[in-house]
Design a protein around this ligand. Sequence first.
Ligand SMILES: Cc1cc2nc3c(=O)[nH]c(=O)nc-3n(C[C@H](O)[C@H](O)[C@H](O)COP(=O)(O)OP(=O)(O)OC[C@H]3O[C@@H](n4cnc5c(N)ncnc54)[C@H](O)[C@@H]3O)c2cc1C
Length: 481
Amino acid sequence: MAIAIENAEFTRDTAFARIKAIVGAKGWSTDSDTIAPYLTDQRGLFHGECALLVRPAATAEVAEVVKICARASIPIVPQGGNTGLVGAGIPDRSAVLISLGRMNQIREIDALDYTITVEAGCILADVQSTALSADRLFPLSLGAEGTCQIGGNLSTNAGGVNVLRYGNARELVLGLEVVLPDGRIWNGLKRLRKDNTGYDLKQLYIGGEGTLGIITAAVCKLFPNPKDIQTAFVALRDLDAALELLSRSKSASGDRVTSFELICRQPLASAIQFVHGVRDPLEEVYEEYALIEFSGASTNSGMQDAMESMLADAYETGEIVDATIAQSDAQRSELWRIREAVVEAQAFEGGSIKNDVSVPVSRVPAFIRQANSAITTLMPGARPVAFGHCGDGNIHYNIAQPIGMEKEAFIKEWGPITKTVYDIVVSLGGSFSAEHGVGQLKLAEMDRYKDVLELDMMRKLKDALDPAGIMNPGKMLAPRS
Ligand SMILES: Cc1cc2nc3c(=O)[nH]c(=O)nc-3n(C[C@H](O)[C@H](O)[C@H](O)COP(=O)(O)OP(=O)(O)OC[C@H]3O[C@@H](n4cnc5c(N)ncnc54)[C@H](O)[C@@H]3O)c2cc1C
């Protein structure tokens, strides 16, 4: 596979011919219909182009392709399941798009080590179900889990509904295999829980959005598969009660709260109105709700008693005004279906301006109140849709268009609306991107809100590891002017 052609002769055409030979007929395409699904993001905000779609089947193929791109100075965009929400995996015209979907082998599962070694193109749901077949839990869980790939999850440092107990993707990885921007393969597939031998290099790639290299495999942590799960849907007295209830839940369960999701009335009402099969879980209408889950590892972990007595105490003190506890797996699924439907329903409300933000947990109520007031002052009739992983301080604070307004006119206000929200977030010590990343969507915010010294350190890392700047250029860090 060595490249015998000198730099001077190494044209794009020569490079493409070499790449096609390396990956074989199943591993590339220039057909516009085949490529089309890779070029538009989930929300339809970004539309790209690419010179060549490459679908390698092995790490060695990825490495050879990257070496050729490096020699010919061809930009590379890695892509997983293309479920990202910030346009980070959408290529531009001159790029080679490397899709990892064919690299989908589970290399090893070790129940004693509580680890699973997977290739980057494994679908998240497949990693979860393989772990389950060994009576283990891979806790990363999010709405796109049937499509997104572990390489994409790690590159975006994905969060989801279990972060409260198990952490972000960043905390679920022990080792990585990465193809560097010059084509060398870094085999960092360690299974060590302790390794203090210098910088933790894998963390550069987790959340790196493919700007420093291509993750080809990972060793991920597994956990005992919980046998005692209790799920409740409660109506809160008010937003402040969410904090009191979260704190009470942690103590009552012995810190076994796996999820604590906040859902305000507007998103619940939309889910009931627009998504088939979703119904109001409580008899009366309330303004704020929480979906709470406790998980114990063994069948006799006492989670039922803990949940029931916690809710009784919370009712007594007035933190909650109503509640229902799932009595079966079917009822539990029904409660979680509401949470998923909240996301789906927004498409039926017309234009939606999305904000994935975080603040310290204790400031969630202040954030929602301040943002609701500022947004409805800025645009009377705009409808704040607040929901999300409240237990981590991560709120999806979306704005639905005023009823009757033209969708295009509303979307044009994306800039002023998000600036209003982010200014409040930052004033409360928060982040303008909690779990979705930066990509192309939030490049301007990086310059506006990110600490100057942090940006400088990030640029120096990028220059050191990708001096030619071929790896996912123009994502996360704006091109230098
Ligand atoms: C319905 C829905 C619900 C969602 N819920 C959540 C949620 O709760 N929490 C959350 O965090 N996100 C959520 N997301 C966002 C999205 O699913 C995640 O960001 C996911 O981790 C992206 O994985 P992917 O395989 O689709 O990556 P892609 O979209 O393909 O790529 C994302 C980024 O990773 C890079 N990349 C992909 N694979 C590799 C690789 N092997 N090596 C290097 N770089 C790579 C790409 O270049 C790009 O920068 C949701 C999305 C949808 C559509």
